[in-house]
Design a protein around this ligand. Structure first.
Ligand SMILES: Nc1ncnc2c1ncn2[C@@H]1O[C@H](COP(=O)(O)OP(=O)(O)OP(=O)(O)O)[C@@H](O)[C@H]1O
Length: 319
């Protein structure tokens, strides 16, 4: 499990458009281990898709190297293409095809016999509960259905490496669960899986390690358990305020802990365990505060992610 299947050495990516330059990846060095499920986490525009495109050899880094099994990806494009199945965020290049055609065509490209390809395509469609759509053109499918076919084209042919950029986007809860189960199943069968996701809460139960990226920099990369240790002396207060009155509650509570990204009427605070009971007592006694619900929870991977990102934004040491 510890052997590196991918290595990135001081990888930097500069996009130039006219007079604008974007530093999408900034000196990234990392190893991806054979047989692991690695989650790549980070906000919009962090540089995740750029990193993925470099791994699969779709984008040559401005500087640095990407190695697959110890060799530069650009010196073995055929090997990478045949061993690494890539599910991209962008719309499907197979869109003009029918569902069955798209799956079988991909399987044939991966060297499968026609009969075996058809059989596996049928099995996948049955599992996805999409058999009735096999003769439909991809362009006529819903967003989520297209995504499922995309996932099917990634899984078909059993490539040893699966790279999935936002695999559960646009999917309903049942399909999302199906995709997470499939990812775990393929991993148990030996596949290395690298996935980009914003769905940190669901990914937490699936990934072995997570890499946190923002502004093109690798902020942390570790097992979920180790990442969680960074905040294990804290508890999360999840507070729902009356609508439109969040700021009033926030003013009172924010000195107690590190505020995380919330929503219109929701506040999330990471609070030192030593102070948690005092804060709880205060919330219970301050009946004048427009708090509708509250919960005290152990931190999730999502909280760790916000914590790491927040510390980096504030320019502090990441601990
Ligand atoms: N082809 C391109 N030309 C110019 N800039 C680009 C290009 N592709 C990406 N960028 C910029 O590089 C940065 C990183 O983009 P990237 O797509 O890697 O982010 P991301 O983390 O995958 O974001 P998201 O979660 O929104 O998909 C962003 O600022 C983006 O605007």
């Amino acid at each position: 499990m510890s052997e590196a299947i991918f290595t990135m050495e001081q990888v930097t990516q500069l996009y130039r458009k006219g007079k604008t330059t974007t530093l999408a990846n900034d000196d990234i060095t990392l190893d991806i281990r054979r047989g692991e499920i690695l989650g790549v986490l980070g906000p919009n525009g962090a540089g995740k898709s750029t990193l993925i495109k470099q791994l699969v050899g779709h984008l040559k880094p401005t500087s640095g190297r990407v190695l697959y099994n110890g060799l530069d990806v650009f010196k073995q494009t055929n090997t990478v293409a045949s061993e690494v199945a890539y599910y991209a965020q962008e719309p499907h290049v197979l869109s003009p095809l029918k569902v069955m055609e798209a799956l079988v065509f991909t399987a044939r490209l991966r060297g499968m016999e026609a009969k075996a390809a058809k059989l596996e395509a049928e099995e996948l469609l049955e599992r996805f509960e999409m058999t009735a759509m096999k003769e439909k053109r991809l362009s006529r499918l819903s967003g989520g259905q297209k995504r499922m076919v995309g996932i099917g084209t990634t899984l078909i042919g059993h490539c040893p490496v699966l790279i999935l950029d936002e695999p559960t986007n646009e999917l309903d809860p049942k399909k999302r669960r199906m995709v997470w189960e499939l990812i775990e199943e393929r991993n148990r069968l030996g596949a290395t899986v690298i996935l980009v996701t914003h769905n940190v809460l669901e990914a937490e139960h699936v990934v072995d390690r997570a890499a946190v990226i923002n502004h093109g920099r690798l902020l942390a990369m570790d097992s979920v358990a180790n990442l969680k240790q960074r905040v294990d002396q804290r508890l999360k207060f999840d507070i729902q305020t009356a609508f439109g009155l969040r700021e009033e509650v926030e003013r009172v509570l924010s000195p107690w802990g590190l505020k995380q990204e919330g929503t219109e009427n929701r506040i999330r605070l990471l609070v030192d365990k030593a102070q948690a009971s005092e804060l709880l007592a205060m919330i219970i006694s301050r009946t004048d505060l427009p708090i509708e619900e509250y919960a005290v929870l152990p931190p999730s991977l999502e909280d760790v992610y916000f914590h790491i990102d927040q510390q980096a934004e504030q320019g502090g040491a990441i601990a």
